[in-house]
Design a protein around this ligand. Structure first.
Ligand SMILES: Cc1cc2nc3c(=O)[nH]c(=O)nc-3n(C[C@H](O)[C@H](O)[C@H](O)COP(=O)(O)OP(=O)(O)OC[C@H]3O[C@@H](n4cnc5c(N)ncnc54)[C@H](O)[C@@H]3O)c2cc1C
Length: 297
C-alpha cells in the first residue's frame, strides 16, 4: 500500500483529542538506551490499535518481589500443583519464564467525536479461551470501513453547496454508528470467551451439555434447512454478529428444553422410561443416555 508508512519505536505517550495532537517518544534503534526524543504530531483522524498493554497484575507483582510465597500462592489458588512440581522447581520456572496477565476489557463508546476510534484489543481485549481476539479485531476493521464508506458516499443537503460533503461531520456520524453497533457484539464475545473457560474445564463432562451438543450437531447435519447450529460453529465459522449468536443460541436452548420436556412427558415415553429406570436404576443417567443414542447396545 503506497499510502501507508510504518514508524517503528514510536511510543504514544499522550494525546489531546480536542486539539488533535498526539505525543510520541521516539527511541533510536542504534542507541536504544539513550534518552528518548519526544515529538508532537497533529492528526485529523486517529485509530488506536495499541493492544491491551497493561501493568502486571498487582498480585503477581507482589510475587515477583518475594517468590518464597509462591508455594503458598499455588496451594491457595491451584491446589495440587505443589505435589506435582517441587517448590524449588516451581520458583525457578516462575523466575525464568515470562508470565503475562489475561485481560478482559469492556468499555464504551469506542470513538471520540469525529477524530478518534479504538480497535482490536485496545477496545475489547478478551481472555483467549474462544480464540476470537484477533478475529474480533479484524471484524472491527471490516465493519468500521463498511460504515465509513457508507457515510462517505452520503451527500449533505446544504442548499448553498448541493452535493458537497462535510467529511468530518459524516465521519462523526459513522463513528457513532460504529460504536453503537460494535459495543454489544464486543461485550458479547468478551462474555463468551470467559464462559468458554468454564465450558472447556467442566461443562464438557456434563450429560445434559453433551446431550444438547449431540442434538444440535444432529439437527445441523441431518436437517440443515432448520438453520440449527451449535454456538461454537456460529461464532467460529460465520460472520454473524456475536450478540445475535448469543440470542439465537439461547433461543435454541429453550426450544430444545421444551421439546425434551414434551417428549419426556408423553405417556408412552414416560412409561417406557419409568420401566427402564426402575430396572436399571443402578446404571444411572449416563448409561440411559448412551442407550438412547445407541439402542442396540
Ligand atoms: C495466550 C493468547 C492466545 C490467543 N489466542 C488467540 C487465537 O487463538 N485466536 C485469535 O484470534 N486471537 C488470539 N489471541 C488474541 C490476539 O493475540 C489479540 O487479540 C490480537 O493480537 C490483538 O491485536 P491488536 O492489533 O489489537 O493488538 P496487539 O497485537 O497487542 O498490537 C498492539 C501494538 O501496539 C503497540 N503499542 C502498544 N502501546 C503503544 C504505544 N503507547 N505507542 C505506540 N504503540 C504501542 C504494541 O507494541 C503492538 O505492536 C490470543 C491472545 C493470547 C494472550
Amino acid at each position: 500500500m503506497p499510502n501507508v508508512k510504518f514508524y517503528f519505536n514510536h511510543k504514544l505517550t499522550g494525546a489531546d483529542f480536542k486539539r488533535r495532537k498526539a505525543w510520541f517518544e521516539v527511541r533510536g534503534q542504534d542507541a536504544p538506551t539513550s534518552r528518548a526524543e519526544e515529538i508532537e504530531v497533529s492528526f485529523d483522524f486517529m485509530m488506536g490499535a495499541d493492544g491491551a498493554h497493561s501493568a502486571v497484575r498487582a498480585e503477581f507483582a507482589k510475587l515477583e518481589a518475594d517468590s518464597s510465597k509462591l508455594s503458598a500462592f499455588f496451594d491457595q489458588h491451584f491446589p495440587g500443583v505443589t505435589s506435582l512440581i517441587e517448590p524449588g522447581e516451581l520458583i525457578s520456572s516462575f523466575e525464568t519464564n515470562p508470565h503475562l496477565p489475561l485481560i478482559s476489557i469492556k468499555c464504551q463508546p469506542y470513538h471520540y467525536s469525529n477524530s478518534v476510534v479504538i480497535l482490536g484489543d485496545a477496545a475489547h481485549a478478551m481472555v483467549p479461551f474462544y480464540g476470537q481476539g484477533m478475529n474480533a479485531g479484524l471484524e472491527d476493521v471490516r465493519i468500521l470501513f463498511s460504515i465509513l464508506d457508507k457515510h462517505a458516499a452520503a451527500e449533505n443537503n446544504d442548499p448553498e453547496n448541493p452535493g458537497s460533503v462535510d467529511l468530518a461531520f459524516q465521519r462523526g456520524l459513522a463513528l457513532a454508528e460504529y460504536s453503537a453497533l460494535r459495543v454489544p457484539d464486543a461485550h458479547a464475545i468478551n462474555d463468551l470467551a470467559l464462559q468458554n473457560y468454564v465450558e472447556m474445564r467442566a461443562s464438557v463432562l456434563s450429560p445434559t451439555y453433551r446431550l444438547r451438543k449431540y442434538l444440535e450437531e444432529f439437527l445441523s447435519v441431518h436437517l440443515p434447512s432448520l438453520g440449527w447450529q451449535t454456538k461454537y460453529s456460529r461464532v467460529s465459522f460465520g460472520n454473524e454478529r456475536y450478540s445475535e449468536v448469543v440470542a439465537k443460541s439461547n433461543h435454541q436452548g429453550k426450544v430444545l428444553l421444551r421439546g425434551l420436556i414434551t417428549v419426556l412427558c408423553s405417556p408412552i415415553v414416560a412409561g417406557v422410561l419409568g420401566l427402564y429406570w426402575t430396572r436399571h436404576r443402578s446404571l444411572g443417567w449416563v448409561s440411559l443416555l448412551n442407550t438412547l443414542r445407541n439402542p442396540r447396545r
